[in-house]
Every structure is written in C-alpha cells, then in structure tokens.
Ligand binder design. Sequence first.
Ligand code: SF4
Ligand code: SF4
Length: 361
Amino acid sequence: MSLPSPIGLLAELTHRCPLGCPYCSNPIDLVRASGELDARAWTRVMQEAADLGAMHVHLSGGEPLTRNDLAEIVNAANVAGLYTNLITSAIGLTPQRLTELKAAGLDHVQISIQGADPARADAVAHFKGAMKTKREAARHVVEEGLALTINAVVHRDNIRDLPQIIDLAQEWGAGRLEVAHVQYHGWALANRAGLMPSRDEFQTAAQVVEEARERLSGDLVIDHVIPDYYGERPKACMGGWGRQVIVVAPDGRALPCHAAASLPGLTFANVKNKSLSEIWKDDAAFQRYRGTSWMPKPCQGCERAEVDWGGCRCQAFALAGDASLTDPVCALSPNHATVAAAIAKDTAAPRAPYRFRRIGG
Ligand code: SF4
Ligand code: SF4
C-alpha cells in the first residue's frame, strides 16, 4: 500500500493556557515554556509540512496567543502555502492582535466555548470573565471578515444547554459550530467521572443537533463529533495512525496523534533532529500502527479495517491496558464490556469534583 501524504499539520505551539478546562486533551505532563520550539524552528516545520503535501495547519495548544511570536509563525505558514486555522480560547484575542494576525495571513478562527451560561461556562474554564472576552473576540473576528467556527465541548455539566449553545453560535455570527463530546484522553480521562453524560442525555443531544441542522440549513453548519463510548464502532482516529495528520508537540516531538505520547513503549522523533519527511516516511513510531498488518483479531480481516483502522490506540491502552488491541468501543472487541462498565461507574456516582488542567499537574 503506498504511503499517503498528510493532509494537515496540527501545530501545538505551546501548552501554556490561561484556562483550566477539565476536559483538555493535552497530556497531564505539560511542556513548559522553556521547552518550546522557537519561531525559526516552526518556520522550517511549516515549509516541510507543505513540501510533504499538507494543505492546512491547525495552530493549536494550549493557547497559541500566549506566544508573542504567533504572527511570525502564521506568516511562515502562509508563505509555505498552508491554509491557517487558529484554534483559540480567545483570551488575549484583542482587536490589535487580530489585525496583526490577519495581516500575517490568518485564514480562519475557531473559538472554543465552555457553555452558554456565562457563570457556569467560566466555572468550567476556571477563568472569571472568559465568556465575555470570547463574545467580544468573536465580534472582532466577524468584523475583520475572517471565517469563524465555534467549538463547544459538551459533557455532563452543559449537555442540556445545547439548544442555547446553538443559538449562541448563530448570534455570534459563526458559519460553523462544532459540537464535540469529550473524548477521554489526557486531562479528560483524569476527569471522566465528572464529565461523562448519560446515554439518554447523549441521545437527546443527537436529536437536538439533527433538528437544528434542518432548521438552520444554509445559515449554520453543525458538525457533531459523537462520544466514542456511546458508539458501536470506533471512529478512524486522526483518519488512521500516520495517514492524514502529523502532530508536532510544543517541544518538537512529532506524533501521529496528540495523545500518542501517553502510550508506553514508543519513542517519538523530534523535528529538531529530523525533517518531517524523514519522520513521516521512516520513523518507527509512525510505522507501528500504520496500515493493517499490525492488527489483531477481530480487526484482521474485518470489512471496516480500512475504514476505521482499528479505532484509537490511546483508547485501547486506556480501557484495555494494551495499545495494540482492537479499540474496546467497537462492539466486536473482546474488551467491549470495559466501556459499559466505565459508563455505568461514571454516570451512577454524584459528579466528581474537577481536577482543573494546569502546568505542574
Ligand atoms: S481545552 Fe481549555 S485548557 Fe485545554 S488548551 Fe483548550 S482552552 Fe486551554
Ligand atoms: S473489528 Fe476492528 S476494524 Fe472491525 S469495526 Fe471493530 S475496530 Fe473496526
């Protein structure tokens, strides 16, 4: 099977973030500012990603706006010919900053929200006044003529507010709303008992999205990233290991997915020492779960083997203790019962207090 080019680069520019979302997908062991790649290294990475065939870059983190050299990095991506998407909490997205980023070539802004009710959203973000800042930033993005997506991560505390979240995305002028259920990696896994909605809540949310999609067709595109735990078959995590996306962590480690560093037994090459092309084509960690030859039964020979690529390696490790097993969210997995057990345990108990995300654990 020939090796595809990555479609996109996920550039995790920093792990610094003023917010403390308990569902953050960043690893528990966060990279400190002193360990971050500088703008010169990122400039090289942008060009190497474009040379490798990538078409877009997601500038993510942490909060990318904590970097004073963000405009320089955006400019480098733009010069390399990449479509640039800033994934941001919007804290620090002042009109001046936005103008500077637009001049550097920024194409698209994705603002995350923690809910529709300001007080409760700020409590989840662990940052007073966050919602007000986001609202103002969204207005500036629209005024600047940049494309705006609102990203709402839904969980036990805000899933019943989905109708209000949809209204808010419309009111703020977004062209797209991403309703993303928490995926349990990193901090989200540590907080699973406080975040997991019930099956009824999930099913109601799915109906709300379907109804809104019909009602708002032509005005607002709504993506719905369903929770893996309530699926019968897994998603193709990152489009398949080492198939569509290359992730570069703040310290320069190149990863097939943003959570892969949590897997034991894998060593990831660093862009400081190797080109993205060498890593993508030859690195042992990228080869480890690429394609289908590594697959165990029941994935081996399954008609969906090249559809979902066996699901998520990090989920297999988290739920079954072995990254090389079929993702337990698949109903065909011999470990599928671990998912039902996790749901039953997490939804039966009163909501556990959050462990808010912060550098230093
Ligand atoms: S999920 Fe929250 S804490 Fe994590 S990077 Fe995004 S805004 Fe910051
Ligand atoms: S058995 Fe494997 S390939 Fe088949 S649906 Fe389940 S996870 Fe996907």
